[in-house]
Ligand binder design. Structure first.
Ligand code: BES
Ligand code: MN
Ligand code: ZN
Length: 513
């Protein structure tokens, strides 16, 4: 997808589709709408009235121009109430617009990004939001679909011309800023596509070894970004018994993946941000086998890992002046005669003995090793982990929102602020010390499950907290938003790539100081 900026509405450019987002309110007062309506001899206003198009959020109206102007189709898109229009509304609207483009397999598009009356309009931000929504929604996991007929799968428009306007003249003179924001949007959303590819790949293929190979392949050719992998023997030597226990039951052997981005000049900071991703390539539950329905989508149990890998490729491509590492303890959780068992006690990297209450609480065991490594080996000054960790978090917040825990709260809030800018929904949850009793162990240092189901997302977070010591750390439980069964605005069905965008934004925010 190539994006260019245009200065005025040019209906003779021969674009196939014009996308015109509008907020609720008198359409005729919108100058672009009015100008377009005049060129179409009033057909636009008539169609809008007859089809009851009021620019409500989610509404769309397609009008074929029947040769009146060179642009073949006009698509009016509803942004909803003016007071609520912002970057996320635009992202979602653009996501729905992508479906209209797909329907007609449009190769060239003219997309309008205009300020809504009374809005705090940031031209670069709003333009980027449109590009993000569009590109994210164009994603398909088509690898296993046999091509039928002569049509190759639609890959989105080749050319998108963007017209950014507002009546206060804010967009004027900002072409360079807007262009760089939309280039960044393309880079980031393409990385989200890659994350989705990793997640959606079938679990038979996406084994720990393949995840490690994919990481190595993705960093290839990006200067300053490296990938090193420990195999099972090396993990054994390093004492990562917790991860090895989880992986023991599977034919597919564990890997420990370490990515590092070292900027050419570290802008006078000794900061080292370490991103940890849960990389369970398939979670059957192990001997505490999940029921069949709960096992569906458990190929997405490496969504945290995918987000970390793909965010790092963007961070390195943007050459951000901040040292950032990524750690993934990749395992498959399977039942077999070699599996780890309930009542086993395993020793984490860093020497904490963990009693196994349930082999399906495996994610926290692999994270225990990776978090310990982040502290002791990387010398992390800040840690963020992303993990599809608990069904309890989905019960608490629904499937669209990540639960966010952290110490100190200021660091957690920095992560929440980055997330807020991306539209990736996150809500703070408490590290309630009173629940720590729940994961006390009779025989070992800690237990991997709580005594009850209650507060399951919190007890999981409290478990992780033991392994980060005093290092500033934020944990995102992404069990809900990592996956969607249904298409939703600009994601799915399938892996969403949740976290890539907020991690990149977070790293950028740390560079701005
Ligand atoms: N990977 C699951 C969590 C999960 C569930 C992610 C549903 C996405 C959708 C995790 O490993 C798990 O099985 N957690 C258990 C923990 C329990 C045994 C304490 C859970 O949530 O039931
Ligand atoms: Mn599990
Ligand atoms: Zn899991």
């Amino acid at each position: 997808m190539e994006i260019s900026l245009s200065r005025k509405l040019d209906l003779e450019s021969g674009r196939e589709v014009l996308l015109l987002p509008l907020a609720e309110g008198a359409l005729a007062e919108n100058q672009l709408f009015a100008a377009l309506d005049r060129s179409l001899d009033g057909a636009l206003a008539r169609a809008a009235a007859q089809e009851d198009f009021q620019a409500k959020s989610g509404q769309a109206l397609v009008l074929n121009t029947l040769g009146k102007v060179a642009v073949q189709r006009v698509v009016l898109l509803g942004l909803g109430e003016a007071a609520r229009v912002g970057a996320e509304r635009r992202r979602r609207m653009a996501g729905r617009a992508a479906e209209q483009l797909r329907r007609v397999r449009a190769a060239s598009v003219l997309m309008v990004c205009q300020a809504v009356p009374g809005e705090a309009f940031e031209p670069a931000r709003e333009a980027a939001a449109l590009v993000e929504g569009l590109n994210l929604a164009l994603y398909r996991f088509g690898k296993y679909k046999s091509e039928n007929g002569d049509k190759p799968p639609y890959a989105g428009p080749k050319n998108v011309e963007l017209l950014v306007t507002d009546d206060k003249g804010k967009a004027a003179g900002k072409a360079a800023e807007i262009q760089s924001a939309v280039e960044r949007a393309l880079l980031v959303t393409t990385a989200v596509h890659t994350a989705r590819d990793l997640i959606n790949e079938i679990p038979q293929e996406m084994t720990p070894e393949r995840l490690a190979e994919s990481s190595a392949a993705l960093v290839e050719g990006i200067p300053g970004l490296s990938c090193s992998v420990l195999d099972e023997a090396a993990m054994e030597r390093e004492g990562m018994q917790a991860s090895l226990a989880v992986g023991r039951g599977s034919y597919n052997r564990p890997r420990f993946i370490q990515l590092s981005w070292t900027p050419p000049e570290t802008a006078d900071s000794a900061e080292h941000l370490v991103l940890v991703g849960k990389g369970v390539t398939f979670d059957s539950g192990g001997l505490n086998l999940k029921p069949g329905d709960s096992m569906l989508s458990m190929k997405a149990d490496m969504s945290g890992a995918a987000a970390v890998i793909c965010a790092l490729t963007v961070i390195a491509r943007l050459r951000l002046p901040l040292k950032v590492s990524g750690l993934i303890s990749a395992v498959e959780n399977m039942p077999s005669g070699r599996s780890y068992r309930p009542d086993d006690i395993v020793r984490s990297f860093g020497g904490v003995n963990i009693e196994i209450g349930n082999t399906d609480a495996e994610g926290r065991l692999t994270l225990a090793d990776a978090l310990g490594w982040a502290v002791a080996r990387c010398g992390a000054t800040r840690i963020v982990d992303l993990a599809t960790l608990t069904g309890a978090c989905m019960v608490a917040l629904g499937v669209q929102t990540a639960g966010v825990f952290g110490q100190p709260e200021s660091w957690r809030d920095t992560v929440l602020a980055a997330a807020a800018a991306t539209g990736e929904k996150c809500t703070a949850l408490p590290l309630d010390e009173d629940l720590a009793d729940d994961i006390k162990s009779e025989y070992a240092d800690v237990r991997n499950t709580g005594a009850t189901r209650y507060g399951g997302a919190i007890t999981a977070a409290l478990f992780l907290q033991r392994f980060v010591k005093d290092t500033p750390w934020t944990h995102l439980d992404i069990a809900g938003p990592a996956w969607t069964d249904k298409r939703r605005d600009y994601a799915g069905p399938g892996g969403t790539g949740f976290g890539v965008r907020l991690l990149v934004r977070l790293a950028e925010s740390l560079c701005r100081g």
